[in-house]
Design a protein. Structure first.
Length: 124
């Protein structure tokens, strides 16, 4: 059986595509080449389905939500706030999964950012 190798792209509609890509470069530090290609660090990617009436994605018209992995959620959310981004005031801790926050880009797309779970104190 043939299997996918990973996520090959993220495509989003925008009224001003160039400005939106620039926003993601500046606010998230995405190191995109001239073709929009980016080499993310290796790590897990969750695939999950939500009930059709969920409010987790924000607007009911938004059908999918992207999550960006970060090493320090608080630092990333502060950086986004400093750039004037619409950052949700709440965060969510999920035991064994990580900590998450939500941001809405200038085009109204809501996405989440998450950091890995705290490993806790070292075991002697």
């Amino acid at each position: 059986m043939e299997r996918v190798l990973g996520i090959g792209g993220w495509f989003v509609r925008a009224t001003d595509p160039e400005a939106l890509v620039g926003w993601y470069r500046e606010c998230l530090g995405l190191d995109l080449d001239e073709h929009g290609s980016w080499q993310p660090q290796a790590g897990p990617t969750v695939v999950a389905a939500f009930p059709s009436d969920t409010d987790y994605f924000g607007s009911p018209s938004q059908q999918v939500m992207l999550n960006f992995r970060v090493s320090d959620l608080d630092a990333m959310l502060a950086q986004l706030r400093a750039h004037g981004a619409a950052v949700s005031p709440e965060t969510q801790d999920m035991d064994g999964v990580g900590r998450f926050g939500w941001v809405t880009d200038p085009e109204g797309n809501r996405w989440s950012s998450g950091s890995p779970p705290d490993p806790g104190p070292p075991v002697p």
